[in-house]
Design a protein around this ligand. Sequence first.
Ligand code: ADP
Ligand code: MG
Length: 248
Amino acid sequence: MPEPDIVLEAVDVVKRYGDVAALNGVSLALRRGELVALVGESGAGKSTLLRCFNRMVDPDRGVVLKDGRDLATLDPVAVRRATGYVQQEGGLLPHWRVRRNVALVPWLRGDADADATAARALDLVGLPAADVGDRWPRQLSGGQRQRVALARALAARPATLLLDEPFGALDAITRAELQAAFARLRRELGITTLLVTHDLREAALLADRVAVLRAGRLEQVAPAAELLAAPATDYVRRLVERAHLGAA
Ligand code: ADP
Ligand code: MG
């Protein structure tokens, strides 16, 4: 068997905040083009792990690798610009118009065609720049804001995407629309993606594999069907039951 092509990898990562072990020996590898959903309750350590992959968090122990290179040896700014990141609530700059928000990274890189790149990214998420480019973030609906945040991440033409509960704050209908749009987009782009969600159904819908994090430890990493068929722990079994994953 050839080695799988690993793009992102955390190896035995520990991160403490005072007495709290936010991550307590986490190992997780993402294969090229794969979408892994990281699922767990509030406080489980999901955001902390996600942020280890763009050096917004540096682990106390263990290593984080991108394409086999130790992130600790790479320039954090370069790492962040090469990594698409959508935080909870999107994180758009409120005093910048949509077009400029989306063009941020290409512009920082000095790309001459930053505006055209931004327009293409807005098209990808179904928001033509002609309609929304000149608006302020506050003039958008919640769902539109999250689409713009995704467009901004995509405009950087990232090799990897880190999405922290990108659909978390939306109403059920908008959320379902955005999930469907994202599923289509992902098949087109094939970007290696770590998606944080507290919703196991969303994880099952979008992910190739689901990683269940509980109190800083991974309980199981497997395709959703396998979590259902063979939960590794009682916790995973209860999680699957509560989410009614078996139901259609
Ligand atoms: P999740 O995203 O799963 O809700 P987090 O990764 O945000 O969880 O947090 C995991 C644990 O680490 C929590 O107990 C949280 O309070 C703590 N924590 C996270 N970031 C910090 C920080 N910057 N300072 C102190 N404690 C933190
Ligand atoms: Mg979080």
